[in-house]
Design a protein around this ligand. Structure first.
Ligand code: NAP
Length: 487
């Protein structure tokens, strides 16, 4: 499938937008090839923004800032609501675009569009409920009045694995709070971001409130924006490595940072778990986006009494998945994002196999064009293998055996990450006890899917800083201002 045949089927061909989107204008350009990971073929080329382009985007965001800040919350809310409706209306087109440039199965892409659009609906609602405070000091000396103001121009940087949802999870709260933004999507998946910008235009987002640019030089371009005193916020989703670099860069001008970084989620199954429910949950937690998710179960710790049945059941389900191009409606497991991603997965699996692990299904990359790695289950994996400590970001399920609750907690916490974790047991008291002891920002109890726009998403340790979504997500884009009132 080519981009031309795809676009021909779009309800609005203008959704296949090319060009930097700055100050409400589209600027054509080229320089960054966008590949179809299902075939390895080129889909399109998008512009390679320079530092000067980025400075133009900052100027456009600045020019729009005062007007957007002064726009009544109800009006901001209605624009976001229209954007939500337009995403729903064009959900099939967006899903196809995501499946094409990211490679994820169409069913996953449809799920992503639904999830992504919900951030606009949620923040359309939250825009009208920005909190404040008014109370006396304990000493009675004066009154404390706390107002929340938009933090200012926000740079939003997003990864390729959820090209729509990671953008709306930032744009939604930023616009609701009254901020103007510059979005820099991942180079692998820019078409979805540009398509959404086009829908934002149709929804009535004023020129300059949302700007989108792609660049082959994210470091210098981002650094230049962070050095500009008009930029007050960096909201980043991506790897912990790049997150660390950006935190250091943002420190130079003390720019406020929200960081959604990598994960290494443990998935704990106790002897008393409902086996079928645990297997269902494992498949969702592992195989959404073919394992290319920050919340993906990366390490399965299974208690000795249920271990063999779990491995057997998981092997059967993983082996039954249909592998194929993301855009084919019957595909359940699409390709990885790049050839390099397949090589990294291959190295992790080979290392585990050399160290005594056994693949009960899968275990080697698939030949041919496209970047395919089959669903794989590994048992007998040493707990100190590299695969236990690095984000796999692929359809690999390493299973480790444990005996006691204390051992499971110790193993679960043996990582620099702390984004998501999963626990399966019929004993809720035990689940909550284990939950209290696991260092994580989010915990699924007998549930393999946790993402919800109404819930606070984020991690502890080196998985990040701050929370997106939920009732506090909007505050990431606001500053509290305290008025000491003599009254
Ligand atoms: P990545 O390599 O860190 O890239 C993320 C974004 O940062 C891309 O837009 C990338 O641009 C940009 N970037 C790279 N180097 C940069 C620099 N020096 N300065 C400024 N921007 C820079 O991550 P990825 O491979 O796209 O995404 C996978 C990672 O994201 C995984 O670690 C995953 O766990 C994490 N993730 C976390 C969450 C969460 O909510 N915690 C959600 C999804 C994904 P280019 O594409 O142009 O390189």
């Amino acid at each position: 499938m080519t981009i031309q045949t795809t676009v021909a089927s779009f309800a609005d061909p203008a959704l296949h937008a090319h060009g930097l989107y700055i100050g409400g204008q589209w600027h054509a350009g080229a320089g960054i090839p966008v590949l179809n990971p299902s075939t390895g073929e080129m889909l399109a080329e998008v512009p390679d923004a320079s530092v000067e382009d980025a400075m133009r985007a900052v100027a456009a965001a600045d020019a729009a800032a005062a007007g957007w800040r002064a726009t009544p919350a109800r009006q901001r809310s209605e624009i976001l609501r229209r954007w939500f409706m337009l995403m729903i209306e064009h959900s099939e087109d967006l899903a196809l675009l995501i499946a094409l440039e990211n490679g994820k199965a169409l069913s996953d892409a449809r799920g992503e569009v639904a999830y992504a659009s919900e951030f606009f609906r949620w923040y359309a609602e939250e825009a009208t409920r920005i909190p404040g405070e008014f109370r006396p000091t304990p000493s009675g000396s004066h009154k404390i009045l706390v107002d929340h103001e938009p933090i200012g121009i926000s740079v939003l940087i997003t990864p390729w694995n959820f090209p729509a949802a990671m953008a709306t999870r930032k744009i939604g709260p930023a616009l609701a709070a009254g901020c103007t933004v510059i979005l820099k999507p991942a180079s692998e998946t820019p078409l979805t971001a540009y398509a959404m910008a086009r829908l934002g235009e149709l929804a009535g987002v004023p020129a300059g409130v949302v700007n989108v640019l792609t660049t082959a030089n994210p470091g210098p371009v981002t650094n230049a924006m962070l050095a500009d005193p008009r930029v007050r916020k960096l909201s980043f989703t991506g790897s912990t490595g790049v997150g660390r670099v950006l935190l250091a860069e943002a420190a130079k001008t003390v720019v406020s940072c929200s960081m959604e970084l990598g994960g290494n989620a443990p998935f704990l199954v106790f002897d008393d778990a409902d086996l079928d429910a645990a297997l269902d949950g494992a498949m969702i937690a592992k195989m959404r986006n073919a394992g290319e998710a920050c919340t993906a179960a990366n390490r399965f710790y299974v208690q000795a009494g249920i271990h063999d049945a779990f491995v057997q059941g998981l092997t059967k389900r993983m082996a039954a998945l249909k592998i194929g191009p993301g855009y084919e409606p019957t595909t359940q497991c699409g390709p990885m994002i790049t050839k390099k991603a397949v090589q990294k997965i291959d190295q992790l699996v080979s290392n585990a196999l050399e160290r005594g692990a056994r693949a009960t299904t899968g275990g080697a990359p698939l030949p041919g064009s496209g970047y395919y790695y089959p669903p794989t289950v590994l048992e007998n994996v040493p707990v100190d293998a590299a695969i236990a400590h690095e984000e796999i970001f692929g359809p690999i399920a390493p299973v480790y055996r444990f005996d006691t609750e204390e051992e499971a907690i110790r193993l679960a916490n043996d990582t620099e990450y702390g984004l998501a974790a999963y626990v399966y047991t019929r004993d809720l008291t035990k689940a909550m006890r284990v939950g209290r002891n696991i260092e994580t920002g989010m915990l699924g109890i007998n549930r393999g899917l946790m993402s919800d726009p109404a819930a606070p998403f984020g991690g502890v340790k080196q998985s990040g800083l701050g929370r997106e979504g939920g009732v506090t997500g909007i505050l990431e884009f606001m500053e509290a201002k305290y008025y000491a009132v003599e009254l």
